[in-house]
Design a protein around this ligand. Structure first.
Ligand SMILES: O=c1ccn([C@@H]2O[C@H](COP(=O)(O)O)[C@@H](O)[C@H]2O)c(=O)[nH]1
Length: 254
C-alpha cells in the first residue's frame, strides 16, 4: 500500500458551506477567504450542483483547499468508483463512513491514490473516516444498535479506520483528548460540532468551543452555521479564526 497522505494545514478553520445556491456558496467562500484555511462542500451542495458547482465555488476562492464531505458509505467497489469520480476535483480531504468497514476503507484509500497518480495530481485526497456523527448522543447510538457510549464507539471505529489506511477521522471535539492519548499526534483529526460560546447548537449534540477544540488537538475545525448564518460571515469567520489562533498560542499548537 502507498504511503498515507496526511496533509497539514497552517490555518485549521474550514468553513462548511451548506446551501443549494451556487451563487450564495461562491459569495460565502469569497467572504471568508481571508480568515479560513479551507472550505467544505457537502451533500446538500453537491446533490444540487454536482462537480460543475464545485468548480464554480472554487473559482471564488481559488487558494483555499477543498474538503469534499460526501461521506461515502457503500460496498467497496461502489465507494472506490465514487472516489475516482470526484478525484478530478483534487480535494485535499474527502470523507467516507468508518462503519463501512475495513475493505471499504482500504478501497477508498487505494482509489484515491491511484486516481491522483493517473490524473497527475500532486497530493492524493486524504481519505478521512467519519466515526460517530456529532449530531448523535449515547441514546441515539443505542437506537441504531451500536454499543455506546459514543466515545467508546468512536475509539473502536478510529482503530479500524487507521488500521486500514485512512489518513484520519472525523470525531466530536469531546473525544479529542482520549483519541490523542490513544493514537498520538499523527492521525488527522477533523472536528465538526464546533460552537462559539454564544452560538446556537442547532442539531449538534457533542460540541465544544473553537478554543477548546483546538487545545484538545483538532487539526481541522469545521464550522458552518455560526459563520454562514451570521449577519456578517466575514467578521464571524475572522473572530473564530482569532479564537483558534489564541488557543494555539496558549497550548503551543502551531
Ligand atoms: O459528524 C459530523 C460529520 C460532518 N459534519 C458536517 O460538518 C458541518 C457542521 O456544520 P455546522 O453548521 O457547524 O453544524 C456540516 O456540514 C455537517 O454535514 C458534522 O456536523 N458532523
Amino acid at each position: 500500500m502507498s504511503k498515507i497522505n496526511r496533509p497539514r494545514f497552517d490555518n485549521p478553520l474550514f468553513v462548511a458551506i451548506d446551501t443549494i445556491d451556487v451563487q450564495r456558496a461562491a459569495s460565502l467562500a469569497k467572504a471568508v477567504a481571508a480568515s479560513a484555511g479551507g472550505i467544505k462542500l457537502g451533500l446538500e451542495f453537491f446533490m444540487a450542483n454536482g462537480i460543475d458547482g464545485v468548480h464554480r465555488v472554487r473559482a471564488a476562492a481559488p487558494d483555499l483547499p477543498l474538503f469534499l464531505d460526501l461521506k461515502f458509505h457503500d460496498i467497496p467497489n461502489t465507494v472506490a468508483g465514487a472516489v475516482r469520480a470526484v478525484a478530478p476535483l483534487a480535494p485535499a480531504l474527502l470523507t467516507i463512513h468508518a462503519s463501512g468497514g475495513p475493505a471499504m476503507i482500504k478501497a477508498a484509500r487505494e482509489a484515491a491514490a491511484e486516481a491522483a497518480l493517473r490524473l497527475g495530481i500532486d497530493r492524493a485526497p486524504a481519505v478521512v473516516a467519519v466515526t460517530v456523527l456529532t449530531s448523535m448522543d449515547d441514546t441515539d447510538l443505542m437506537s441504531v444498535g451500536q454499543r455506546g457510549p459514543a466515545s467508546d464507539q468512536v475509539l473502536r471505529l478510529t482503530d479500524t479506520a487507521l488500521a486500514h489506511g485512512a489518513a484520519g477521522i472525523v470525531c466530536a471535539p469531546t473525544e479529542l483528548v482520549r483519541l490523542r492519548a490513544r493514537f498520538g499526534a499523527q492521525p488527522l483529526m477533523v472536528v465538526p460540532g464546533i460552537r462559539p460560546a454564544d452560538a446556537a447548537r442547532g442539531d449538534q449534540k457533542r460540541v465544544m468551543t473553537p478554543a477548546d477544540a483546538r487545545a484538545g488537538g483538532a487539526d481541522v475545525l469545521v464550522v458552518g452555521r455560526p459563520i454562514t448564518d451570521a449577519a456578517d460571515p466575514a467578521q464571524a469567520a475572522a473572530e473564530i479564526a482569532a479564537e483558534i489562533a489564541a488557543a494555539a498560542e496558549l497550548t503551543g499548537a502551531a
